[in-house]
Design a protein around this ligand. Sequence first.
Ligand SMILES: *Cc1c(COP(=O)(O)O)cnc(C)c1O
Length: 443
Amino acid sequence: MYPQKEANKQYKAYTTRNIHKIEHFNKLPEDVLTAIRVVSKVLPFRVSNYVVDELINWHNIPEDPIFQLVFPQKGMLAEDDYNKIETLMAEESDNKALDAVVKDIRNRMNPHPAGQMEMNVPVLNGKRYPGMQHKYGETVLFFPSQGQSCHSYCTYCFRWAQFIADEDIKFASKDIDELIEYLEAHPEVTDVLITGGDPLIMGSKVIRRYVEPLLKKKPGNLSTIRFGTKVLSFWPYRFFSDRDSSDLMNLFEEIVESGLNLAIMSHFSHYRELETEAVKHALGLLSKTGAVVRCQAPLIKHINNDAEVWAKMWKKQVENAAVPYYMFIERDTGPKEYFSVSLADAYKIFTDAYKNVSGLARTVRGPSMSASPGKVLISGVSELFGEKVFVLKFIQARDPEWVNKVFYAKYDENACWLDDLKPAFGEKEFFFEKRLNQIKNGL
Ligand SMILES: *Cc1c(COP(=O)(O)O)cnc(C)c1O
């Protein structure tokens, strides 16, 4: 049982509408303020009072990594696009002109990377399930419609398109019966990942409506419920001082008692997110429920492109009974030019961090690209037959036959994504390309 703590902190969110209420905000330099107003026309912006009050170092703006994590930055838009919007805003042009420019910029930002719309939405007996994704055999992603926002938005979020009011590019479902139907028909699925947005933004009663039928029916071969969340970074009070915190923790306990494994897939970008009293308290409570917290984040310029930051983060995770899980490469979507780190640098940063932590933190895998064919690990940089190469390996794949298979790409110090790479040794294409094309064409 989890006694409700006195509500010592009330959640508050800031968007462009009430941003002037942030005390530090009005003291920021004019160009920083303008950038926030301009860029947030295109990309989502929201920040919680916890991030503002307890995480950001307001004496180090704009370099502070947590400031970069949530506040829009000028470099996130191409210069031309930025100027266009700034001009239209200054002219107080009609909304139509501005909307058209904004829409055009968004469409050029690859809103649905890695074939998510075309290839991941499952179909069963001719029926599409648009609130779900099923890419890898064992795990189905479920997007509850009330969980499609977050306590704060990460500037680099690859799901940014979910958070802008453009209905035709959203995933969402209200229908847990559809998920159950799908799981019954797919015995290979062991894991359901409830994700978003952030599903833990939902009230405990709503979460119960989705989870209780899973506990009762145990459809198919379901053995694990995962929640994909950044609530430990953006609102750790969720677990002990919200009105329904104790009900949420009780639900977590019920999941574990039902015999299912409960994994809280937590997005931590920087060790500072693991340092407050609130987050440490929340992590302690979570492990008492029997949930396992696993941690993942992308490697992002301006925020965490530093081996020491990662080593320190993984150590703090282990100290708090959380398990380092994935380091990702930033996806090829949204404001990627501002945030992306080359594959060569990523490999170096990962290695330098990995060298300096205990084996208990070496549960982490990476750097990994969640690309169209699968999760591709940069396993090494090597020289073979006189050619410098990236050694790559699938750790997840659209075709399970590819998993754990090693392959080689020509070394390219500027490459930032799988699409930038060419096969090594003069090969015309990577071994998986033919089959991937077949899959794309529904064969
Ligand atoms: C990463 C990912 C998963 C989960 O993969 P694990 O390696 O089991 O954590 C599932 N579906 C998609 C689309 C993913 O990108």
